[in-house]
Design a protein around this ligand. Structure first.
Ligand SMILES: [Ca+2]
Ligand SMILES: [Ca+2]
Ligand SMILES: [Zn+2]
Length: 368
């Protein structure tokens, strides 16, 4: 998402691309471009990667791609197909007439690293926000977005052990930017600008920003490109999944949205995502944790992923037994943030033992 001034917001999509001082000097952001070359001069280009950033937070790697984007932008927005009745909504990106989504082979193992080198003192804050934002999606739909911490020391855009990398960057016109499933590995980065730490205050949070960016990672487009908003049009390369949702996590509030800046998932966001990826159980086997011994009292099923203290689904310091299907591995942590003493479990366990009873505060679930 980008920080967009009021002036940009009312001016429409073209002006969202440009930020004063960040584009070529020959760009006049107050004049709507009449050809591709004029347009290109006004698109921000990341100095470190040379990718162009459009729609606030979407990278485009090639000039051909940028030209296609420009042509889409110049096309007239479609007329709402069903005026007066609910029209369709959460929307998925389309590439070559197909949904831009993760394959079944990847969607339950969307592995990422968090760069220790670029996050520096913000490392743990970024790790925690990524975990929480990932779970907001994977707790409801058939995807698993998994932090591979042992790659954090070598977490670059070239690291092939992960699907994407998370970096902190400086002096960018956006708060953060992400990518779509169809992007190549080198562009598959979530870049968090330092303004995400400096200017952000509730309801806008780093976690909320990352929930929005992970929506792009899963293939979702900005909800506000839909014709119903009458502003912020991007292009027509998308397919609606649910009724128009001005509260959507994928809707910029400044583009006629009705949500606050909290960027929470709505019921429509979840329903639309389930249409593409299935529900949580669609990521194969689930582990079930229980508050009492012998698989009783409050329980919660967990797919592959990391679950910190607020994502356990049962009370903190209450876990007493759990069921673990073959091929899965659970690590219980004594403290929040995957800290403290650990216990690794690979089988059904009727009682975790006195030494770990009522102590678990965070959990990692992996497939072996
Ligand atoms: Ca208990
Ligand atoms: Ca504890
Ligand atoms: Zn966005």
């Amino acid at each position: 998402m980008s920080i967009i001034t009021k002036q940009f917001a009312v001016s429409g999509a073209i002006f969202m691309l440009a930020t004063a001082g960040q584009v070529q000097a020959s760009c006049n952001p107050n004049v709507k471009p009449t050809n591709f070359e004029q347009f290109k001069r006004c698109v921000y280009q990341e100095p470190n990667t040379s990718v162009w950033i459009v729609d606030g937070d979407i990278p485009i790697t090639t000039e051909a791609g940028l030209r296609k984007f420009y042509e889409g932008l110049m096309a007239s927005p479609t007329t709402p197909s069903a005026l007066g009745s609910p029209s369709a909504e959460l929307i998925v990106n389309r590439v070559n007439n197909a949904d831009d989504v993760w394959s079944d082979a990847t969607r339950c193992s969307i592995r990422y690293c968090v760069s220790q080198a670029t996050t520096g003192a913000r490392y743990q804050e970024v790790v925690n926000a990524m975990t929480a934002a990932s779970n907001a999606w994977s707790n409801h739909i058939g995807v698993s977005i998994t932090h591979v911490a042992n790659q954090d020391g070598n977490c670059t855009a070239q690291n092939a052990q992960v699907v994407f990398d998370v970096q902190v960057v400086n002096n960018q016109p956006y708060l953060a930017r992400a990518f779509f499933p169809s992007d190549q590995r080198a562009t598959r980065n979530i870049n968090i600008n330092t303004t995400s730490f400096a200017v952000v205050q509730p309801p806008l949070t780093l976690e909320g920003i990352l929930r929005h960016e992970l929506g792009h990672v899963l293939g979702f487009r900005h909800e506000h490109t839909r014709p119903e908003t009458g502003q912020c049009f991007e292009n027509n390369s998308w397919r609606p999944l649910t009724p128009y949702d001005s509260d959507s996590v994928m809707h910029y509030p400044q583009c006629g949205g009705t949500g606050d800046w909290g960027f929470n998932l709505t019921n429509n966001d979840i329903a639309g995502a389930v249409l593409l990826y299935g529900n949580q159980a669609n990521c194969g086997s689930m582990v079930t944790i229980y508050q009492d011994a012998s698989y009783s009292w409050v329980s919660k099923s967990l797919s592959v992923g990391n679950y910190d203290i607020n994502q356990l689904g049962i009370s903190n310091d209450s876990l007493s037994s759990l069921k673990v299907p073959s091929g899965m591995k659970v690590t219980l942590y004594e403290h929040a943030g995957f800290q403290g003493k650990t216990l690794v479990i690979t089988d059904d366990t009727v009682f975790v033992g006195d030494s770990f009873n009522d102590k678990t505060s965070s959990i990692k679930v992996e497939s072996e």
